[in-house]
Write a protein that binds this ligand. Structure first.
Ligand SMILES: [Fe+2]
Length: 237
């Protein structure tokens, strides 16, 4: 495992898994069942093609999932356990999430040609997120880069809107997910330090909540899907 870049908000680690474990994950990726979420998940732009995704696996430090829960729980006896173990042992995880986040999730994603994910900051109930790239090879011209904005741009800078719910008019700060003009204004006016990360095989990116990011379009000339396991660190679940 090798640190490529580390800031207060994110870390990029290469050769994250041992060779054998990485090969086990490559096989694991093709054994999963995949479906496209029929629901519009808002970070995906309406014009984006959503990726194929597997069911969710959860690590929980304190409790067992109920038998009715459709999610799988670590340890699963499959290669995804090796990834969980590596994350749990990583310094960035221990420094940022271990004490505050009893739960961690993992889901496999296949971003085929034409897939992408628009700007978002993983706010809400997450303390942080990670993405691990597990295709057998990738190419600098195939797209699928992770784009990051390093500037601190808090949600509170979004314009306040009036929303009517439960018979009351309430004020809330969010961006309009259909035209995104307010999000665009915010990022245009505040983003000065930006970074991109190639989805190099066996590379891990972990980030703290609030960091704005997006996944670039996978180009049509990519001969295979961009494969990743991604998940969240959760303060409660
Ligand atoms: Fe994200």
């Amino acid at each position: 495992m090798r640190v490529v870049k580390e800031t207060e908000d994110y870390i990029v680690l290469d050769d994250f898994l041992e060779d054998r474990d990485f090969r086990l994950i490559l096989e694991y990726m093709q054994l999963n069942d995949y479906a496209r979420n029929p629901k519009w998940i808002k970070p995906w732009d309406l014009a984006d093609r959503p990726p194929w995704q597997s069911g969710e696996t959860v690590h929980h430090a304190r409790k067992r999932l109920s038998p009715e829960d459709p999610r799988r729980q670590y340890p699963t006896g499959t290669a995804i356990d090796r990834l969980f173990e590596r994350i749990l042992g990583a310094k960035f995880y221990r420094d940022n999430f271990k004490d505050s986040c009893p739960a961690m999730t993992a889901r496999s994603y296949l971003h085929e040609q034409g897939a992408s994910l628009d700007w978002h900051n993983d706010a809400g109930r997450f303390a942080g997120a990670y993405a691990f790239y597990c295709h057998p090879r990738w190419h600098a011209c195939w797209g699928g880069e992770l784009l990051l904005i390093e500037d601190d741009i808090p949600d509170e800078l979004l314009p306040e809107k009036e929303i009517m719910e439960e018979g009351e008019i309430r004020r809330r700060r969010n961006w309009n997910v259909i035209h995104k003009d307010d999000l665009s204004d915010l990022l245009f006016s505040r983003a000065t330090h930006t970074e991109f990360v190639f989805p190099v095989p066996n590379r891990m990116v972990m980030m703290r909540r609030g960091l704005w990011h997006k996944v670039n379009l996978v180009k049509n000339q990519a001969p295979m899907a961009r494969c990743s396991v991604a998940g969240f660190f959760l303060p409660d679940d």
